[in-house]
Design a binder for this molecule. Structure first.
Ligand code: UD1
Ligand code: CA
Length: 460
């Protein structure tokens, strides 16, 4: 639509968040709050989206999706009315609809924005505002209607009289204005005596005084206009979003045993017949295939799991790939850049970092593998450690197919253990091992007969 100019307000200080980062960049289900607003607006297909930001904010378009965005700087957060006026130099020669959107209300839907726009166009009014009736309107601007039921004003809570505060119809923070005609009216907004800010909704009473009509459109649900001003509201909105998102996964065939204790970012994809047990956290770019099981108390971030993978309890997986049928945990830790092959097993108290583990290889217990490339059908005994760090540099260990590593083995990298070799338990391996050979490195055992008895007697 060529004549639609969406303007997202995102330059507020966010004082009530008590944060060093801009409010609109606080994440919800793993994505900045502003992304959800942009997504809702995008679907209206404007040729670009304008965003009012403060000069210092670190908003970057890469984080916000690849839609054409244009940033407008509001150097001082002097209020929402002032924020919209920052777009005047850019848009005053255009003709069309300026849709103003609070950047801190991420539950807004495209459907409602479309309804707002349609109602605005049909009404012929110079301004239309989205309204909602809230059980608890605390903190919102209250809509004041005249005897003809037309909007006369919207008063901010701080400025409202006790009887106005009882009004549950609120100004939702989404507006359509005709441009260029609205700009002279916006310029007439005066600073509020209370907060010393230029309030955008003050334009309604100005318009009424000038004989203009203010149209309104009701939001389809009270929830979708919830604004986030503090961290409590951030958590409330996130809970609502999470409920919706988990429901959508369940509808696609994912079993979530206890949605109230399952935390899945909206960026995560899970395929059908996978079972997610209680107290699981799935984050970032994680992709989980079909028929997987993720047991309780696991956290998986930015990782790809093929189908039929089982992650047993208390496992942490970061930025890794796990192939079909592998079994990880309980109590395993995969640090970034691991590739765990099909049917491989990584057992309890095993830490793996930047390593490849081949098909069917078993790493059962109490092991550290770092910077290692391990072939197929290898058996790594309990207590094996790749000593990959010499205090200055990291070195690589290569273990070829079908190697057997006995328990409590230290492998001093860099070295290669060739195909089919066998390392006796308790070895400290310092050099390459040829194929199919036995490497053994331990002191010969000495048994001293009756030593204990002799020593005890001696003590007495
Ligand atoms: C605002 C409305 C209120 C409405 C509510 C709905 C005003 C004065 N009040 O109140 O009527 O019920 O939203 O949620 O508009 N911003 C700027 N520059 C500024 C100030 C704010 O860009 O100088 C941005 C903020 O980043 C935020 C949005 O505008 O995204 C709304 O500002 P906020 O301070 O949260 O307004 P509310 O007090 O919630
Ligand atoms: Ca707000």
């Amino acid at each position: 639509m060529d004549d639609l100019y969406p303007l997202i307000l995102a330059a507020g200080k966010g004082v009530r968040m008590r944060s060093d980062i801009p409010k609109v960049l606080h994440p919800l289900l793993g994505k900045p709050m502003l992304c959800y607003v942009i997504e809702a607006v995008k679907a209206l297909r404007p040729s670009r989206i304008y965003i009012v930001v403060n000069g210092q904010s670190s908003l970057r378009s890469e984080e916000l999706g690849n839609y054409p965005l244009e940033f407008i700087i509001q150097t001082e957060p002097l209020g929402t009315g002032h924020a919209v006026l920052q777009a005047r130099p850019l848009l005053q020669d255009r003709e069309g609809v300026l849709m103003v959107i609070n950047g801190d209300s991420p539950l807004i839907t495209t459907r409602t924005l479309r309804g707002l726009l349609r109602s605005h166009r049909q009404s012929g009014a110079i301004a239309t505002t989205l309204t909602a009736v809230l059980d608890d309107p605390t903190g919102y601007g209250r809509i004041i209607r005249g005897s003809d039921n037309k909007i006369e004003a919207s008063v901010e809570e701080k400025e409202a009289t006790p009887s106005q505060r009882k009004n549950k119809e609120v100004n939702a923070g989404f507006y359509c204005f005709n441009i260029p005609h609205i700009f002279p009216y916006l310029a007439k907004i005066e600073k509020s005596p209370h907060q010393k800010e230029y309030y955008l909704p003050s334009v309604f009473s100005i318009l009424r005084k000038e004989g203009e009509e203010v149209n309104s459109f009701p939001a389809s649900s009270p929830q979708e206009v919830l604004g986030i001003n503090n961290r409590y509201q951030l958590a409330q909105v996130e809970r609502l979003m999470r409920e919706e998102f988990l429901k959508s996964l369940m509808m696609k065939g994912v079993t979530i045993i206890d949605p109230s204790s399952t935390y899945i970012d909206s960026t995560v994809k899970v395929r059908k017949d996978t079972i997610i047990h209680p107290q699981v956290v799935l984050q970032g770019a994680t992709r989980i295939g079909s028929r997987c099981q993720v047991h309780s108390f696991c956290r998986v971030s930015d990782s790809w799991l093929d189908g039929d993978v089982v992650i047993l309890s208390n496992t942490v997986i970061e930025s890794s790939t796990i192939k079909r049928g592998a079994r990880i945990g309980p109590f395993a830790r995969l640090r970034p850049e691991c590739l765990i092959g099909p049917e491989a097993k990584i057992g309890n108290f095993v830490e793996v970092k930047k390593s490849v583990v081949g098909r069917g290889t078993k790493v059962g217990h109490l092991t550290y593998l770092g910077d290692a490339i391990i072939g197929k059908k290898v058996n790594i005994g309990a207590g094996t450690i790749t000593c990959n760090y010499d205090g200055k540099k990291k070195w690589q260990t290569i273990i070829e197919d079908e190697v057997f590593i006995g328990s409590n083995t230290e492998i001093i990298a860099p070295l290669t253990i060739r195909k089919g070799a066998y390392i006796g338990a308790g070895a400290t391996v310092t050099k390459d091992v040829p194929p199919h050979s036995l490497a053994i490195s331990r002191d010969k055992q000495v048994n001293i007969k009756n030593w204990v008895l002799r020593n005890r007697r001696g003590k007495k």
